[in-house]
Design a protein around this ligand. Structure first.
Ligand SMILES: C[S@@+](CC[C@H](N)C(=O)[O-])C[C@H]1O[C@@H](n2cnc3c(N)ncnc32)[C@H](O)[C@@H]1O
Length: 269
């Protein structure tokens, strides 16, 4: 088909936190119709099976030899939309939660390209939930803050200082390199005993976690060798956490694949 014959449209689709089953039906429908899919590093590649006929392009910023800049990604979206018509831009979690989704739709619209958004299940809520941690809980936590550990200037968001003074559950994304700094802020607010959990690769087979207090967490993370991508959850809600295996045991009792990968026996009751 000639470029002039195609109707360019880019749908930003949230791919959820990692478990490929945590995808919306709307996302599946968009993938089936897509002529091309451009996807991120945090997207589980199993999800691409919903788009068997589409051209697929990995445009993540963290694996392989080439790391795409946001400007390059924006230009690729424009050129693929013009070439293929209906394309899906598949992003980890939800496209509008620290996903630069708005930058991409603004750029595309500037070129007269139609855009649409299909929200996804954000890791900020789903990853804590996968280990039994609710972000709010009656009589325990009345609100939750989702904060970036790394702002555009690479610094820790100032909001962490404000959040540390509140009774809110605090969820920090992209914060692993700032963990010591975060712990110091809580200590300065006399909250060294505050429960904290860190979950790396939540909802995926390779998930890892560390649970402790502000006083112990830096040491625990070193001991367990946790790194990015990980979610940091701070607050009393962490007290109700479960083990990582609970997620897989509860949800995939009959899924042999998961058990083979985790090297554990399914629970039979
Ligand atoms: C650029 S942000 C994107 C967030 C995404 N839009 C969302 O809604 O989940 C990437 C950060 O999200 C967090 N993250 C995403 N998926 C995760 C997962 N499965 N387990 C732990 N953290 C995750 C990590 O903090 C990671 O550094």
């Amino acid at each position: 088909m000639k470029e002039a014959d195609v109707q360019p449209k880019v749908t930003l689709v949230g791919a959820g936190p990692g478990d490929p089953d945590l995808l919306t039906l709307k996302a599946v429908k968009a993938l089936k119709k897509a002529k091309a899919v451009l996807y991120d590093a945090l997207v589980n590649e199993d999800i691409l099976e919903h788009a068997p006929d589409a051209v697929k392009l990995y445009i993540g910023k963290r694996k392989g030899n080439h790391s795409y800049t946001q400007d390059e990604i924006n230009d690729l979206l424009v050129s693929y939309a013009k070439k293929y018509g209906k394309i899906v831009r598949l992003k980890g979690g939800d496209p509008f939660v620290f996903g630069r989704g708005k930058e991409e739709t603004d750029y595309l619209e500037h070129f007269g390209i139609k855009t649409a958004i299909i929200p996804g299940i954000t890791s900020a809520i789903a990853v804590p939930a996968s280990v039994g941690i609710p972000v709010t809980q009656r009589r325990v936590s009345e609100s939750f803050w989702v904060i970036t550990g790394t702002t555009s200037s690479r610094a820790l968001s100032n909001d962490v200082k404000l959040a540390a003074q509140s009774t809110a559950t605090v969820i920090i994304l992209m914060g692993m390199s700032k963990l010591s700094e975060i712990a110091e802020i809580y200590k300065a607010n006399n909250r060294a005993d505050m429960p904290i959990a860190i979950i790396q690769n939540g909802t995926k087979e390779e998930a890892k976690q560390a649970v402790g207090t502000i006083a112990t967490i830096v040491h625990l993370v070193k001991e367990k060798q946790l790194s990015s991508p990980a979610i940091i959850i701070i607050g009393e809600v962490v007290n109700g956490h479960k083990s990582l295996l609970t997620y897989f045991n509860e949800q995939f009792m009959e899924d042999d694949f998961i058990y083979q990968n985790l090297d554990i026996e399914p629970i039979t009751q």
